[in-house]
Ligand binder design. Sequence first.
Ligand code: HEC
Length: 305
Amino acid sequence: MNVALFQTLFWDGRSPSLDHQALQPILNPVEMGMPDGETAMKAIRDDAEYQEAFKKAYVREMNYEDLGRAIGAFERTLVFLDSPFRRFLNGDSDAISDEALAGFELYDGKARCVTCHPMNPSNPLGSDHRFHNVGVSARHQDFEELAKQATKILAEDSSEQKLDELAVGTDLSELGRFMITLNRVDIGSFRTPLILNIGITQPYMHDGSLATLWDVMDHYNKGGEANPFLDGGIEPLALSEEEIDQVVAFLFTLTDVRFAEENQQQFELQRAAAKKNRPIRDEAMAERSILPFEQRVTSSKSTDQ
Ligand code: HEC
């Protein structure tokens, strides 16, 4: 949704445009696994309908770059901006509840979300389009070791396709933006996502490790996972339970009204899950699922010792 508004594609921003991005998964060995664009074209070139549609759109023989352009053109139609909060910004003061409004004030103040997720009439998208380490991938990663491996592999081959393979298929993806820039300050950094429609796009974060928006709030409230590359803007927030509920209520007002029903259902599901799964405050830790690579890293560490 709203990918037309992204300035870079993929969580590490390795692709500059939708037309370019669309061609990567087709060639990635763990996604569609085509050896090259030419082979991909062979699979559709004989289809009369495609031939005609391509001819009409591009007035030339079918080719792989135009395939990317066509998919990109379709994706640019998926625009979902008409949310209750947007209506509120446009002057409809009844569009959101008092609880959500209190949540927006926290978002804009004590909770500091707005520093990376701007939300105002001139930028109502919720992203600064930059990269930050907010301490999601830091839990069980030895960033130094991963960075060493990545630097070595990329010295031999830093082609677009190699980057895509490493980012999709290996633990090196946890290095985030560093894989593209090899700049140490980018270790564990990911693109700030647009948070529009966030109520219905669970699970959250680049690794999908947080199940509900309450878990997201717990993560930020405790200041993320400590690591040497953590963004300076991430610190414990000391929000109360009531304040967390308010910010979450606000986040659920960012969903396009066409998904209102799904949004309400998701709100209720997440609230029930949060009631059941969240630890009692004081021991507040984000409820994170353990991912397969985390277990691997943890167990190899314990055998080392
Ligand atoms: C320092 C910048 C920064 C601050 C401050 C910040 N965020 Fe984020 N946010 C990010 C980045 C970067 C990601 C992606 C992180 C990742 O996946 O590793 C993210 C991810 C998210 C996501 C998940 C989006 C998705 O599509 O999965 C939500 C929701 C979110 N932030 C909400 C908030 C809220 C609410 C606050 C305030 C309590 C906040 N953020 C504060 C930068 C920030």
